[in-house]
Ligand binder design. Sequence first.
Ligand SMILES: Cc1ncc(COP(=O)(O)O)c(C=O)c1O
Length: 409
Amino acid sequence: MNINKIRKDFPTLNKSVNNKKIIYFDNAATSLKPIQVINSQKNYYEENCANINRGLHEMSEQATLLFENSRKKIANFFGSKSEETIFTKNTTESINLLMYSLINSNFFKRGDKIVLSEMEHHSNIVPWQQLQKKGVKIEFVKINEEFELDLEDLEKKVKNSKLVSLSGASNTIATIPNLKKIEKIVHEKDRLFCVDVAQLAPHKKINFKKTNIDFIAFSGHKMLAPTGIGCLIGKKNILEEMQPFIFGGDMIKTTNFNKSIFEEIPKKFEAGTPNISGAIGLGTAIDYINKIGFDNIINQEKLLKKICLNKLKTLETKNPNNKINIYCNTKSNSAPIILFDFNKLNCHDLAILLNDEGIAIRSGMHCAEPIVTKYNKNGLARASFSFYNTKEEIDYFIEKMDFILKQIK
Ligand SMILES: Cc1ncc(COP(=O)(O)O)c(C=O)c1O
């Protein structure tokens, strides 16, 4: 993989912040976008700016074709069927769509149980908490001291549960749980299994049809695509049985003043004008990832994480008064995320000081307050890498942190 050539595709990498060349280590929040994705959106607005599924004129037909081609690319990429692939705004909307559609389908009754884990992002906690008002209980599977999902605890908690929804890769502790093993524990007729793959999809191949997972949810913007586009992918037979949750134009076959007959999936779940340019951009992002190849992506991201972890340890030797604490999974199959803090430096202060040097990291709760506060109630710092980052950027990051730590008594 030619990193220098790849980096030329990402215009943002030429940007300066505080007169320093940007070093972008906030990829878990959102990835940068290659020029191909930016151009595909520009091209839609310049050449085919029409609504989809509505007009017989050339531009509308062309826009519909581009939109549906993109759905096919996404389905191929995730090993789903096109009709199983529902466009949403992002992971958050995908999980809300699932939750509200299940309510509309009378799936839950009082006393039912949902199982989540302690490492979930708010978007896989807060929507399910809304069901507590309907008498549904939530239990959280423990994360052990090695930052792994406690499978024995899962086995206990999964009993008598109606739905299990887990993260496929944590945005904080970087854990990628063993979904093959988990599937075996969770899978049962009448129990639904959802996986939030927002942090997994950019870094690892997912083959939905080969799993016993019922739903996956992801956001395009974390995998090179524009913001405002994501998907909920679900097993066809389940989606067909489910009631929609957003109602309006484009999701009905016929309607009169009294009632409406809904379209087949996926349209049943896609009322209103969608994010057409975003969907096209997501298709282009997938072309780009396919061109680079997951083997190359994984190798580079693993290497960057390993180098950074090793160099962080040297910081401690050089600054014995300021201990560094790492709060994430460091195994080779973990996500390219490092969650950390220093004993004498608040994470937000660190982020601000690094910003002065042109380095972007994230600090705080990372929308995963329950797990982050377990380690530090004031929040933590997070560096997250992508395949377009380099070893040289890590050297600079470590050098600047050393400089910052030296100022602290
Ligand atoms: C694991 C995980 N799930 C869900 C989300 C929510 O994504 P979005 O804000 O795009 O809906 C994020 C975002 O950081 C995430 O990391």
